[in-house]
Design a protein around this ligand. Sequence first.
Ligand SMILES: Nc1ncnc2c1ncn2[C@@H]1O[C@H](COP(=O)(O)OP(=O)(O)OP(=O)(O)O)[C@@H](O)[C@H]1O
Length: 264
Amino acid sequence: MIRLEGLQVTFARGTPLETPALRGLDLTIGAGEFVTVIGSNGAGKSTLLNAVSGEVIPDAGRVLVDETDVTRWPAARRAGRVARVFQDPVAGSCAELTLEENLALAHARGRRRGLRRALGGARRDLFRERLAELGLGLEARLSERMDRLSGGQRQAVSLLMATLQPSRVLLLDEHTAALDPRTAEMVLELTRRVVAEHRLTTLMVTHSMRQALAAGSRTLMLHEGRIALDVSGGERAGLAVPDLVALFAQARHQALDDDSLLLG
Ligand SMILES: Nc1ncnc2c1ncn2[C@@H]1O[C@H](COP(=O)(O)OP(=O)(O)OP(=O)(O)O)[C@@H](O)[C@H]1O
């Protein structure tokens, strides 16, 4: 479960480059809920994920993960609770290490146990089993270096790494954007499976309106650091991509109107 209360993040405060990225954002995401996040460039989507993962500490407001206030916790301290997969397939793992070593590191993260113990025979069997579940034949490639894998295979392994941690929260930052359409679909399908199996509370940022509606059960639209749209249930089920595009345009105009009212 994630709860954000009055979250404010301003970059370069007090300088001519001052940028308000999140402007008092309130959001509650239930345990096991899968939420997709859309919004134009600079809307605050990555900052939102960064505030949950601890890469960014807010100026005001609170971040709660499973009812624990983690607002001031650095990212490393949250790593056992919050897993993340990035847009760049290279970002989530160590290229020079083998698949097994990467999985062992992920398995050890957030636990009080070292790499050596994590590399035992029982672990290897677990890794092989979990890799086999991906259906990509990677179970036979445990001792290969990570940089031998394709982008899609790396994202699949990154998702698997996320579930080897004891984490309950999964953050996906445009994690299929760098993949070709077929591979992106495969990784999205895998994402659905992994989230459902592990009941992960999930925030997925995407620039694809189609993906935003096809994955998860709720969609948020961010605009200028605020939530401009929050749809779920029957309302969302009845939406097609053009409807979402229209709502997006409407929410942006609404925000512009609000600003002009304020300015007026
Ligand atoms: N480290 C930083 N320093 C200064 N400004 C930043 C920093 N990170 C983000 N910003 C600014 O904060 C605002 C929100 O950025 P953010 O990256 O969260 O948007 P986004 O919705 O993820 O955009 P995109 O879709 O382009 O990735 C933008 O105006 C951005 O330029």
